[in-house]
Design a protein around this ligand. Structure first.
Ligand code: SF4
Length: 689
């Protein structure tokens, strides 16, 4: 909590830059940030932070902050009072609801905002506006991973904590740039690998830092991870190395699973992935010899046409080898945004209430109807991908979005732009004038985490409190207060005066949060859900049972989906990801002088072979064209990438350089997650150096 030390104030906060969930104290004087100081008591990071957590906070005091509501008049935005903005919203949003029905409005929540804000937003959409058309950006990243976990082990969250990853005998990282995207978690693996004999296998197209350190770096052809995962599972079974007792007692579907693997021989795997058979045998042997294995993955797996299935193959492999339900084991999708786990947990998804209880289940819906005193919509709503289509088809006429720059982060930005232009009414609520805001009819100025109170849930399912460092700047307000104002303008009668009341409400309704309370989360304390009524939390899942009615896990057979096919002229494959210094589209981190000085813009990584073939050097300017659009970027020649593979950090808000002007609307069939990682381009040279 905030403590006074003469005029210097120290306030505990939780970092907003990735799912690791580091917490630390911010030292301030007035609105001046003196320093960020981690503490031994921080449950995740102890005394560590990365550069973003340490230096990434100037944006809070940026001159660019939105400080007053804005209402569109023609091509301009005019400052308005909060009252006028609310009247304007009530008239327009209400008008559209009356004319076109509840389902003509879509709601986009924010995985950068708090659990309480997400809870309130889905309640607004469902209880007041009577639609389940609500989603958050997990759809762009982690929904396939959650779906895989729900298919196989039950809960859509990491099965253990960072301690388990740290203590595992073997860590396998698939399609994740951990050293840059989850830096403090990566330091734990680096330490265990260097000092405690932990083994490390990395599968990635790019020789990132973890791949460089790994005992084995697998470099499969793009979009083929599922094949080697299945082949390793088959090889393990063929050797009789499967966890017999565990499978007998705790897992369903073994026979069918073994049958489904028939074609995934080592020869088949080598043919399609390009990984040598001996290497796959080595991988299988290392898993067999390890007492405990954790598998970590991220967007390099999920952002594919077969993203949910490849994630499932990871869970299957962990089940076959008995790597669930004991310390040092488990399946770990590494959550990108600080609160992408929490946004999903607290119900901003079109098919589930908070705690993942289905909206189409009559009993569950009845529970919420009684608690909220309303009748609720019976069917699942549109996810954010479907909302874009529904706007194009004229089915969605209005949207309310907060804390999300959808016009930059959704795939195929040109298509999203076209859709947003068609909206009759668009509310955008943000800290800055985002790219999405240019399409808004009304813009509501929100306060960032430093200016409000709430909780975030990190990648471990760990809920932590953050406290207000400053008052909201200008007339900006915490998102939960704004959502409540909009709800009341639309006829609700809400009187929340503190976010703890929202958490209290959620903990009564969603069994997984039963024992969560602000008191129990005071200061550095944290709780890892599911939390029982008496406050007992669950850092390690599945010790006794899996989250299914019979307590058993399910092996879920999956087959490989070939990647999106492109015309021959698009002869290069472009991958994308993060750089250490920036977060996402960078609308916060580019406001930090220290970070921007270190990493002013994204560079296109080109392999030495390709650079030589095309006669280009470091600094060359190239135009990349895909069937969807074109961008212009400068080249960095590096052996981190190979052959015809390019890599472009996604961290930019510059339209000339943003990856999503190249990506397509094609997506994972199971979850609608765009296949950002299956983009092909043609490269035209504009200058050679
Ligand atoms: Fe913040 Fe993630 Fe860095 Fe920790 S590792 S300081 S949570 S960005």
């Amino acid at each position: 909590a905030a403590m006074r030390d003469s005029r210097i104030q120290r306030t505990k906060t939780v970092c907003t830059y990735c799912g690791v969930g580091c917490s630390f104290e911010v030292w301030t004087k007035g609105r001046h940030i003196l320093k960020v100081e981690p503490s031994e008591e921080a449950p995740v990071n102890g005394i560590s932070t990365c550069v973003k957590g340490k230096w990434g906070w100037d944006f809070v005091n940026s001159e660019e902050r939105l400080t007053k509501p804005l209402i569109r008049q023609g091509d301009e935005f005019i400052e308005a009072s909060w009252d006028d903005a609310m009247d304007y919203i009530a008239r327009n949003l209400g008008g559209i609801k009356d004319r076109f029905g509840s389902d003509a409005i879509g709601y986009i929540a924010s995985s950068k905002c708090s659990n309480e804000e997400n809870y309130l937003f889905q309640k607004f959409a469902r209880a007041i506006m009577k639609t389940n058309n609500v989603d958050n950006c997990a759809r762009y990243c982690q929904t396939p991973a959650s779906r895989a976990l729900q298919r196989t082990v039950g809960y859509g969250g990491d099965s253990g904590t960072i301690k388990d990853i740290e203590n595992a005998d073997l860590v396998i990282i698939v399609g994740a740039n951990t050293a840059e995207s989850h830096p403090v978690l990566a330091t734990r693996i680096k330490r265990s690998h260097k000092l405690h004999g932990q083994k490390l296998i990395v599968s990635d197209l790019r020789k990132n830092e973890m791949a460089e350190r790994a005992d084995i770096h697998l470099h499969p052809k793009h979009s083929t991870d599922l094949i080697w995962l299945n082949a390793v599972a088959k090889y393990i079974i063929d050797q009789g190395w499967e966890a017999r007792e565990f499978l007998n007692q705790r897992v369903n579907g073994y026979k069918e699973f073994v049958q489904s693997l028939q074609k995934y021989t080592l020869e088949y795997a080598e043919k399609f992935t390009g990984i040598h058979q001996e290497t796959l045998i080595q991988v299988a042997t290392m898993i067999h010899e390890a007492d405990s294995t954790c598998i970590l993955w991220a967007m390099g797996v999920t952002q594919h046409k077969g993203g949910a299935d490849t994630s499932t193959a990871i869970c299957n492999l962990q089940l076959v080898t008995g790597n669930f339900g004991k310390p040092g084991t488990g399946a770990y999708p590494l959550r990108g945004h600080n609160n992408v786990q929490g946004a999903c947990d607290f119900g901003t998804q079109p098919n589930v209430f908070p705690g993942y209880e289905p909206v189409e289940d009559r009993e569950i819906r009845g529970k919420y109807e009684r608690a909220w005193g309303v009748e609720l919509p019976k069917h699942s709503g549109y996810d954010n991908h479907e909302m874009v289509d529904a706007i194009q088809e004229g089915k969605i006429k209005a949207m309310y979005l907060f804390g999300e720059d959808m016009a930059l982060v959704d795939a195929n930005a040109n298509v999203v732009d076209e859709a947003f232009k068609k909206l009759q009414f668009f509310i955008v609520q943000d800290v800055f004038f985002s790219r999405t805001a240019r399409y808004a009819d009304v813009i509501l100025p929100a306060a960032p985490s430093f200016e409000k109170e709430g909780t975030f849930t990190n990648t471990e399912r760990r809920i932590q409190r953050f406290y207000p460092v400053f008052e909201p700047l200008g007339e900006s307000k915490p998102d939960w207060e704004i959502i409540q104002m909009v709800a009341n303008a639309m006829g609700a009668n809400w009187n929340y005066t503190h976010p703890s009341q929202i958490m209290d409400e959620a903990s009564v309704l969603a069994p997984v949060f039963a024992g969560v309370s602000y008191d129990r989360l005071d200061g550095w304390k944290s709780q890892v859900w599911p939390v029982q009524l008496d406050g007992t939390d669950t850092p390690l899942l599945y010790l006794d049972e899996f989250h299914f009615p019979d307590g058993k896990a399910k092996l879920f057979p999956v087959d490989w989906t070939a990647p999106h096919a492109y015309e021959e002229k698009y002869d290069l494959h472009i991958n994308n990801g993060r750089v250490l210094e920036h977060f996402h589209e960078g609308n916060m981190t580019y406001q930090s002088k220290a970070l921007t000085h270190k990493a002013p813009r994204p560079w296109l990584e080109v392999s030495p072979e390709l650079a030589e073939e095309r006669g280009i050097k470091n600094g060359a300017l190239v135009r990349l064209t895909s069937p969807e659009g074109a961008i212009k970027v400068r080249v960095e020649v590096t052996d981190r990438v190979k052959g015809n593979e390019l890599y472009l950090p996604m961290n930019t808000s510059d339209e000339d350089q943003a990856i999503n002007f190249l990506t397509s609307s094609d997506h994972d069939d199971v979850t609608d997650t765009p296949n950002y990682k299956e983009t092909a381009v043609a490269m035209e040279i504009l200058s050679y150096d």
